[in-house]
Design a binder for this molecule. Structure first.
Ligand code: NAD
Length: 261
């Protein structure tokens, strides 16, 4: 076993999947640098709770992952707080739903900046330390939409497919240095990001919110169950384990069979 607690950075961890992963990491004894767009005052109670419950250090940095400077600042403040970044989870992401001919240019650019370019900028800032120490884990939260498309999500689907290309490239660049780089491809998880889409979809299709859940969101998810943030935290922890030392450059679906058919 390693003698020091691992230090992790989880982007977009004030809510949803990122929060679930941050919580799973804290429970496993890691120090965690959380991140999101909310104010530090809003997130401090969560940091304090995780730190108290699990006896680890938990900090929060509201750096904007849409900019290269924000991504670099986040890694720098984690290095300052904990001395190192052993695990980086690139999770921050947004969605916009519209047909291509109506898709706002600004939304395309924002989704590319946050969902794809941020993965490059944080990884670039964190990889040298990981390689030098001979151990590291980068986990990119892509999506089933990194493997297959749905209509009206052109920017999101493009960015998530792009993550898989970046994941493979960095994985082979860092392979001899004890650093693995993998992507997780979740199906639908009931987080604020998804819940926001339900009333609009119900209105657009003239159906109830329950019908949206079963017949639209879970239509392709054969288990007919939403993926949970606890399950994704478990998968991320597995990728951090020594058992996963030789797993690198993969896109791991956690999607109830969606991409099997
Ligand atoms: P969410 O909306 O619950 O949380 C998004 C997080 O990102 C928040 O912590 C927010 O503060 C942060 N964020 C937003 N803009 C930011 C910015 N500019 N800089 C830094 N942080 C920012 O979303 P979620 O559903 O938990 O999604 C997290 C990731 O998982 C996203 O990349 C998403 O694409 C992916 N994903 C979600 C689902 C799903 O069904 N929810 C499925 C597959 C993949």
């Amino acid at each position: 076993m390693h003698s020091h607690p691992r230090s992790a950075v989880v982007t977009g961890s004030s809510s949803g999947i990122g929060l679930g992963i941050a919580e799973g990491f804290a429970a496993a004894g890691m120090n965690v640098m959380m991140n999101g767009i909310e104010s530090p005052e809003e997130i401090r109670p969560i940091c304090d709770r995780l730190a108290d419950e699990h006896g680890v250090r938990v900090a929060y940095e509201p750096a904007n992952m849409m900019t290269p400077e924000g991504a670099r600042d986040l890694i720098a403040s984690a290095e300052k707080a904990f001395g190192r970044v052993d695990v980086l989870v690139n999770n921050a992401g947004i969605q916009h739903v519209a047909p291509v001919e109506e898709f706002p240019e600004a939304k395309w650019d924002a989704i590319m900046a946050l969902n794809l370019s941020a993965v490059f900028h944080t990884s670039k800032a964190a990889i040298t330390g990981m390689k030098t120490r001979g151990w590291g884990r980068i986990i990119n939260v892509a999506s089933a939409h990194g493997l297959v498309a749905s209509p009206f999500k052109s920017a999101y689907v493009s960015a998530k497919h792009g993550i898989l290309g970046f994941t493979k490239t960095l994985a082979i660049e860092a392979a001899e240095n004890g650093v693995t780089v993998n992507a997780i491809c979740p199906g639908y998880v009931l987080t604020p990001l998804v819940e926001k889409q339900i009333p609009d979809t119900a209105k657009a299709r003239g159906i109830t919110e329950e019908q949206v859940k079963r017949d639209v969101l879970l239509a392709a998810q054969w288990t007919k169950k939403f993926v949970t943030v606890e399950q994704l935290a478990g998968v991320a922890l597995f990728l951090c384990s020594e058992a996963a030392e030789n797993i690198t450059g993969i896109a791991l679906p956690v999607d109830g069979g969606w991409t099997a058919s």
